[in-house]
Design a protein around this ligand. Sequence first.
Ligand SMILES: [Zn+2]
Length: 230
Amino acid sequence: MADILTQLLSLATAGSMLVSGALMTAAPHNDESGLLFLQNRQWRVSRYYAPVTIKADVPGQLQDMRADAAAALEEMFAACREETGVTLKAVSGYRSYQRQSTIYQNKLDKVGTRERADQYVARPGASEHQLGLAMDVGQKSDDVNLTSSFGRTKGGKWVAENCWRFGFILRYQEGWEDVTGYEYEPWHVRYVGKENAQRIHEANMPLETYLLLLREETLMWILTGEEMSE
Ligand SMILES: [Zn+2]
């Protein structure tokens, strides 16, 4: 399956439309509470969207996530500890539109221009944290949290290689900046459910590109063998 996907992706990228046009053309799913809802700098969520969240039972702070994501996070942290001995911790989960707005404004006050603030902080409505499906992951006693160095730690490497097993994707990877609109963030995982996470992991593509393929129904057709409906 991965081979077919790889071929399909290389065919598509050869035409260069898919990746470079992904931000423009990826279909935002209409359902904000859906696991595949696309939220990025271009596709923003309503200021009124606020999911029901619970506090994940993991070390750290700001552990709030939607219940399905919180359960998966607990499972992932336990597996990491068991497999590597590393204790992961929650750094920042659900953030309301208002909270994101405050964070953005604080950064803006500090750096002076929107152009500069945009480099560091998502504008309100543009952060996946508002969905309750994203978590910034760190290590318990570590000063590399929320830096690219986290990706080189034992825990960071494990998260990159294994988060898909629990339904998460590493949303902002190196080389995907033009598609995702965000710099490399080895700490930011997004819950999409196990089935989607496995497919995205095997295809090794950004969520934007995956959604584009889904929209074209090509991926579904390959995975299920069902005829595309006319
Ligand atoms: Zn994040």
